[in-house]
Design a binder for this molecule. Structure first.
Ligand code: SF4
Ligand code: MG
Length: 314
């Protein structure tokens, strides 16, 4: 709620603060239990920062984060540690998140040790269960990360996230580094696991095509702001924000009957350290009006379809 993350920019010999990067600039959203909320945007839009803020891997500059009935933002370190059992992350590059010197068995056991869960025997059993669930075998526990393919490593990353029986998984571009043929397998695995364990997903991606099939609702970010959010089908069939329209026009459609005009957005994405005034998208928007240059559009709901754009006013 009202989440912000401003990173200071320092310069000069005294390291004085010379500015700030508004990586996340006043965003609000909720994720319903059991659903998948997709968050989409170009690199640098603040989507990964948002995921890390929710887990308090980095601290918010402002705003509140609530999980079930608990406020994460005001938790002490020990309360936060307990809550982290319930919220786990899956990262884009599984290789970087797996210690190359540890066997898969040891890597998977670690979250249980950190949280003081189970006896040695119970932990071993859970490692085997989880390997089985993600489509690997118990003999893989003795192997090392470099002995696996990219897709297998991401399966291990998912198994690791599941070890503490979390309720919410924040997946930050979990399939972006994988070959297209492997992406579908990992996405299907994530869907199956979600059903089996009644998991809630926050699924971060830069590709609208990827989130479409896994998300119940989708939010679009641009320069640290959430600019549109709605049910997945509604967003794909009836995008409101000019930026979402442009992003969608670049996604290929399987049905040759449907013609979608390709909208090209001109110019580069502006720097988040110097975002445009008013609507952050105004420098590239084909429908820009005078007021867009000076007034930031409010993020408002039109029958549950959220949008921040001056074109939509009651
Ligand atoms: Fe375009 Fe104006 Fe809407 Fe921003 S507020 S997206 S500039 S029409
Ligand atoms: Mg990222």
């Amino acid at each position: 709620n009202g989440l912000k993350k401003y990173f200071p920019i320092t310069g000069g010999i005294f390291g004085k603060k010379t500015g700030e990067v508004k990586a996340v600039d006043d965003i609000s959203f909720f994720v319903k239990k059991g659903e998948t909320l997709g968050i989409v945007g170009e690199s640098g839009c603040g989507k990964s920062t948002t995921g890390r803020l929710l887990m308090r891997l980095i601290e918010a500059s402002d705003g509140r984060i609530l999980f079930e009935d608990k406020e994460i933002t005001s938790m002490t370190k020990s309360e936060l540690r307990k809550t982290r059992r319930d919220i786990q992350m899956v990262f884009q590059d599984p290789y970087a998140s797996l210690n190359p010197r540890h066997s898969i068995g040891k890597i998977l056991e670690e979250p249980l040790i950190v949280h003081g869960i189970g006896t040695k025997e119970e932990r071993k059993k859970r490692v085997q269960e989880m390997l089985d669930i993600v489509g690997l075998s118990s003999y893989h526990a003795r192997r090392y990360p470099h002995q696996f393919s990219g897709g297998q490593r991401q399966r291990i990353g998912i198994a690791k996230a599941l070890m503490t029986k979390p309720k919410l998984i924040i997946a930050d571009e979990p399939v972006s580094a994988l070959d297209v043929s492997i992406q579908a397998q990992v996405l299907n695995l994530m869907k199956d696991i979600q059903n089996e364990f009644q998991l809630t997903y926050l699924f971060i991606a830069h590709d609208l095509g990827v989130v479409r099939h896994i998300s119940d609702r989708v939010g679009v970010m641009y320069l640290g702001r959430l600019i549109e959010l709605s049910d997945s089908e509604e967003l794909y069939n009836n995008p409101l924000h000019p930026y979402t329209k442009a992003l969608l026009s670049a996604v290929p459609i399987a049905d040759p009957e449907i013609k979608r005009e390709r909208i090209t957005i001109s110019g580069e994405i502006p720097s988040p350290s110097n975002p445009p005034s008013g609507c952050a998208f105004h420098t590239r928007c084909p429908e820009c009006m005078d007021m867009c240059k000076t007034t930031r559009p409010e993020y408002r709901s039109i029958d549950g379809h959220y949008v921040a754009c001056h074109l939509y006013k009651n």
